[in-house]
Ligand binder design. Structure first.
Ligand code: ADP
Ligand code: ZN
Length: 735
């Protein structure tokens, strides 16, 4: 007997191996096989009695790992669909589905945190390393800042480096390791008391009445629940899940990573006995534990970010995708799948219902309700007669003119903040930027400090007096005067969270202000800690980035301020208006969730922009109408399918030549006249880590065309120069 095995390699074919006499092997079991000089772990796709004319000697399987399949038929079908639709190998798709499974089973029980070995000499050491071994110096600096809180893996991720610098530092005994018994899954520690279910509102009841029969029938039924923030969408999901669980089936609930808060998990734990939480911070051992539980059907509700879609539930009865419009459902590396769309596919394969929910549905999803692919359910009111918050837009051009200088806070925002704080209420301030200042700009000549590698504006970080590139993390010494015109007043224009925090603390010295962004929320439990203190009222103003835009539900928050609505508007992407609209609506939704009516203040230099005007009235339909019109005129999704080819390489000419070659090949295809090819052009971020980036965008008027061209591109890309990285993104979510 022979096995056809999928390996986690970018090679599209399956590999044949002979099955040793004494082994039982079925489809969906993992096997260890020789590959070249190494061994690989793959998944058996098929066993066959014979294989046709092979040129190669067939090797034998080393070991069958499982006693029963870890991938069932439905999951295998989903993997096949993903590999075809998103153009990856079957092995790559399977590797994404069962991440820690395809790797070796070395689950460590302890975690090693890195710390500085000798604090007294550390400054000196950093200085010595600075010139000859700058990488090591950067590692030391980072470890010094978060002493004993970062693992080698997180340091590598943050700095975008390999482990070698860390290994050297350990060998030199400048760093040492602190071992800690692996902490248990933080979400497992959440203990709750069961709560009574609320009486449904009329709107909720009518939707639930429609959905429950489908839950019982268990058939493919895609529903889009469009409900304003605070309208009680989650309660609808929970009623449906209840029905499914009562019938001995399980549900998967996908939420964006940043919305996976203890609050969210608590709400589900209050209602369901067996809730499993999957998230990216789990160690392999924890993930394995959860997976085993799920495999044995011990979990009724599985909550997690996009990868939780692949939870190995054999008795799946429902999938819920909350905040379905969220870009984070799209994976940005191979396989570049969209978890929302893949979830719909999984539901279709398993013939079960799926609920997508959002206050601001993606245009693609709403369009699917127009074409009757999805069933639309709408909630127009917040539960309990709570009013939507009142939103005011402040024109910052006027503010600056009246003040005769550049200001970050409008008078209204400051007045309202003070009024709320005086009444003992809380506020959330939102800013889409980290750091002290976004750019180092010369007021005289307009010079803008940028990263040499990435051509991205540098961010000034006050704590270490460095300017950092937020794409490659390279740090620079900020110039004292403008390098072009020598003007000494290099202006710190455009504030990041750090600068705003500092200014706020000056204005409100009596109040407790906490900043929440990925710079401050490093280390275990910090995030949970801040949220719990905020919930208890120990923090007056919470200032933060995207991290605070979702899922938070604090009744005492009566004021939400958006420091600058323009950051999202200025991103070079056709979805910029949609993102801005979604952002304002979501952030505003954090206000007035308690008894007191909420207020929202949006600061912008473009107060008349339609995305801002419609967002302040939470007027999804007017936005939709305008935006759909625009998309239709220019032929963007949902009226076209996009394919994006990104070509990256160190030699720019090679990159350009290759993008031209691909474009030429495309134009020679017999269907070329039915598509539109944009570019080749430099990508919006035209260089990252010294690699030039050019791209091509292909607009296809139908799914058939986009399928045809994605297959065709695959073939063209096989001839790409080996020094280049060429990747294809089907349905790209950001350009
Ligand atoms: P959404 O997900 O639409 O933003 P949520 O489901 O978070 O809204 O509901 C907002 C708040 O209202 C939550 O605190 C929730 O517990 C509460 N809630 C939901 N439905 C009801 C109901 N029928 N009666 C009372 N409170 C409800
Ligand atoms: Zn850079």
């Amino acid at each position: 007997m022979y096995a056809q095995v999928a390996l986690p390699l970018p090679l599209k074919q399956l590999f044949s191996y002979s099955i040793p006499e004494d082994c039982t092997l079925e489809t969906g079991m993992r096997v260890k096989v020789p590959f070249g000089r190494r061994t690989q772990i793959g998944v058996c796709i098929e066993t066959v009695a014979q294989i046709e004319n092979t040129k190669f000697r067939i090797k034998s399987i080393h070991e069958v790992i499982d006693t029963k399949p870890v991938i069932d038929c439905a999951m295998l079908e989903l993997a096949k669909w993903m590999s075809q639709y998103y153009r990856c190998s079957l092995g790559e798709a399977l590797e994404t589905m069962v991440p820690s499974f395809l790797q070796q089973k070395s689950y460590s029980k302890t975690i090693a945190y890195l710390q500085i070995a000798a604090h007294e000499e550390i400054e000196q050491q950093i200085e010595q390393l600075q010139t000859k071994f700058p990488l090591q110096a950067r590692v030391l600096k980072l470890v010094r800042e978060f002493d004993g809180e970062l693992t080698a893996k997180s340091i590598c991720n943050r700095l975008g480096i390999s482990r070698s610098a860390i290994k050297t530092l350990l060998k030199k005994e400048l760093l040492c390791e602190r071992f800690e018994e692996q902490n248990i899954n933080p979400f497992d520690e959440i203990e709750v008391e069961k709560v009574e279910k609320p009486q449904l509102s009329r709107e909720q009841q009518s939707i639930v009445n429609n959905l429950l029969p489908v839950m019982r029938e268990q058939r493919f039924f895609p529903a889009l629940v469009h409900g304003v923030t605070g309208s009680g969408k989650t309660e609808i999901y929970m009623r449906c899940i209840e029905e499914v669980v009562d019938n001995k089936r399980a549900a998967i609930v996908l939420v964006p990573e940043i919305a996976l808060t203890p609050q969210t998990v608590t709400r589900f734990k209050q209602r369901f006995a067996n809730v499993a939480v999957l998230h990216s911070e789990l160690t392999n051992a924890q993930r394995n534990f959860q997976w085993q539980n799920i495999l044995q059907n011990k979990a009724d509700v599985i909550i997690g970010p996009r990868s939780a879609l692949f939870a190995p539930v054999s008795n799946l009865g429902l999938i819920v995708v909350d905040e379905e419009h969220e870009p984070s459902f799209k994976q940005q590396n191979t396989p570049r799948y969209n978890a929302r769309d893949s979830a719909v596919k999984r539901a279709q394969i398993s013939d079960i219902p799926i609920i997508l929910g959002s206050a601001t549905p993606a245009l693609e999803s709403y369009y699917n309700t127009d074409t009757d692919k999805y069933n639309l359910f709408a909630l127009h009111q917040r539960v309990g007669d709570k009013k939507l918050p009142h939103v005011s837009v402040i024109d910052m051009k006027e503010e600056c003119r009246d003040h005769k200088k550049f200001v970050y806070f409008s008078r209204i925002l400051l007045n309202d903040l003070r009024a709320a704080l005086d009444k003992g209420q809380q506020a959330i301030l939102f800013l889409n930027r980290r750091g002290f200042a976004t750019s180092l700009t010369c007021p005289q000549c307009g010079y803008n400090a940028k990263c040499d590698n990435c051509n991205i504006a540098l961010t000034y970080h006050k704590k270490h007096h460095t300017a950092i590139c937020h794409y490659c993390n390279y740090d620079y010494i900020p110039p004292k005067s403008c390098p072009v015109c020598s003007c000494p007043a290099i202006l710190y224009a455009g504030a990041g969270t750090q600068k705003i925090e500092m200014m706020l603390k000056k204005i409100f010295p009596e109040n407790n202000i906490v900043r929440m962004d990925s710079d401050t929320m490093v280390g275990k439990g910090k995030y949970e800690d801040v949220l719990s203190r905020f919930g208890k009222g120990e923090i007056d103003i919470l200032l933060g980035t995207q991290m605070i835009a979702k899922g938070l539900d604090f009744p005492n928050v009566t004021l939400v301020g958006i420091i600058s609505a323009d950051t999202a508007l200025q991103v070079p992407d056709f979805r910029a208006a949609e993102r801005t609209f979604q952002l304002i609506v979501q952030v505003a939704g954090r206000s007035g969730r308690g008894e007191v009516a909420g207020k929202v203040i949006v600061q912008t230099y473009h107060p008349d922009h339609y995305a801002i005007q419609t967002a302040i009235h939470q007027d999804y339909h007017s936005f939709l109408k305008y935006e759909m019109g625009q998309r239709k005129d220019i032929g963007y999704p949902p009226f076209a399918k996009l394919l994006r080819v990104l070509i990256q390489g160190e030699k720019e000419q090679l990159v350009i030549d290759e993008s031209l070659r691909i474009s030429r090949c495309l134009r020679q295809d017999k269907y070329a006249k039915n598509i539109q090819i944009l570019g080749p052009a430099p990508a919006p971020i035209d260089r990252i880590k010294n690699r030039y980036r050019h791209h091509l965008i292909i607009k296809c008027q139908s799914v058939q065309l986009s399928m045809h061209f994605s297959v065709f591109l695959d073939r063209i890309m096989e001839d790409s120069h080996k020094s280049l990285r060429v990747s294809l993104d089907v349905d790209p979510i950001s350009l």
